[in-house]
Design a protein around this ligand. Structure first.
Ligand SMILES: NC(=O)c1ccc[n+]([C@@H]2O[C@H](COP(=O)([O-])OP(=O)(O)OC[C@H]3O[C@@H](n4cnc5c(N)ncnc54)[C@H](O)[C@@H]3O)[C@@H](O)[C@H]2O)c1
Ligand SMILES: [Zn+2]
Length: 363
């Protein structure tokens, strides 16, 4: 259960969790109609099952299917969903169901926040990243050509249904990218969870079955705790951004191609952990353990050689970070495994040199 300003909402986790979706929606929302938002890839794999299940509600089920991929988090696709909703005659008792990864969740969430000034939203994440991160916490939004997530709203879902059986069709690389955010959750807040991941990774047992479900549960619990304490990001919530300062810089510099978000975050976590050590705020062991765990999960520790990154573009994007303070970005640093801190006033000139050095040496 997540406590948000808008009230509490349940997160249901498990293989087959979606079977409970229609009954839950009928009892808790009793909608006049449903607008299912998904992307083409997810809809072609799982749409038939989702539609069949929603049709049990006996209300009109409309759908808006967008192309798969980050470019769909755009004003254009948002408008297409708005108009689809209006043409379908949605009223305030309509319910939006977001079936897909983080792209669909953010886009459908923002549509739900704005259609008729807000209709109920149910998140049904299908990627590991969306299950452990984007579907929980109520942030929604779209990108502009100027940058990521620049327009959006807080719109908490009424419920999150995390059905791990969707993951059987998720490509392995996408799976690994999701693990990066799970590792992030552990490293910023839960040393015991981090140790469990270390044990699991060395036994190779985590990636499947119960280990996966337990890890999703822990990551969601951590995200829900942090968001519950700081929904609007006054401070604590920012710690969820560990690894994202350089990570977002890399994504922007590469034009959101070449690296998946989770991969960029993995690289960004390596940099931030080393920065903590360099500033004398963390012990070297902290970054060594983090790097070993990321490696065990098949995540990159530096930018792969095949990608050309323009370091100046990375630095420009970092300097424009939404979360910057007066002297450049605020940093989330990890003094020890399981504990994170927000550090302001790290000299920008030193960071620039460190980023240059890191990007040259770590590939
Ligand atoms: N709102 C938040 O708090 C928050 C937090 C983290 C990330 N995000 C956002 O999430 C987005 C990234 O999410 P993502 O990594 O899920 O990307 P995504 O939604 O693009 O999904 C990745 C790819 O996997 C496919 N896919 C999804 N589920 C599948 C399944 N079960 N089987 C086969 N293919 C499947 C999708 O079609 C897509 O091609 C970014 O836009 C990021 O900004 C938001
Ligand atoms: Zn992230």
């Amino acid at each position: 259960v997540v406590r948000a300003a808008a009230g509490e909402y349940p997160i249901l986790i498990g293989a087959g969790a979606c079977r409970r979706l229609p009954a839950w929606i009928r009892e808790q929302i009793s909608p006049s109609s449903v607008l299912l938002v998904s992307d083409r890839r997810v809809f072609s794999l799982h749409g038939r099952r989702a539609m069949a299940s929603l049709e049990r509600l006996d209300v009109p089920i409309h759908r808006a299917i967008v192309p798969a991929g980050e470019p769909s988090k755009s004003p254009r696709q948002l408008e297409s969903i708005w108009r689809r909703g209006v043409q379908a005659g949605l009223d305030r008792r309509a319910c939006v169901v977001a079936l897909g990864g983080g792209v669909v969740g953010d886009l459908a969430g923002f549509a739900a926040a704005t259609i008729l000034r807000g209709v109920p939203l149910v998140q049904v994440p299908t990627s590991l990243l969306a299950m452990v991160d984007s579907s929980v916490g109520g942030k929604t939004g779209i990108n502009l050509p100027e940058g990521k997530n620049l327009v959006g709203a807080f719109h908490a879902p009424r419920a999150v249904f995390i059905d791990t059986s969707f993951l059987t069709s998720l490509p392995r690389r996408q799976m690994r990218a999701g693990w990066a955010e799970i590792i992030k959750a552990a490293v910023i807040r839960d040393a015991a969870f981090f140790r469990a991941l270390e044990r699991g990774a060395s036994h190779g047992a985590l990636a499947a079955g119960r280990g996966l479900e337990a890890a999703i549960r822990s990551a969601c619990r951590i995200k829900a705790e942090v968001v519950g304490l700081d929904e609007r990001e006054a401070g604590l919530r920012m710690t969820l951004n560990f690894g994202h300062t350089l990570g977002h810089g890399l994504e922007a510099a590469l034009g959101y191609r070449g690296l998946l978000h989770g991969e960029a975050v993995a690289i960004g976590m390596v940099f931030a952990a080393r920065l903590g050590v360099a500033l004398g705020l963390a012990r070297p062991e902290t970054s060594a353990r983090l790097e070993a765990l990321l490696r065990a999960f098949g995540l990159p520790l530096g930018v792969p050689r095949r990608l050309r990154v323009d370091v100046s573009k990375v630095l420009d994007a970092m300097a424009r970070d939404k979360k910057r303070g007066r002297e450049g970005p605020r940093w989330v640093l990890v003094p020890e495994i399981g504990r994170s801190e927000i550090v302001e006033g790290v000299p920008w000139a030193g960071v620039r040199a460190a980023v240059r050095h890191f990007l040259q040496e770590s590939r």
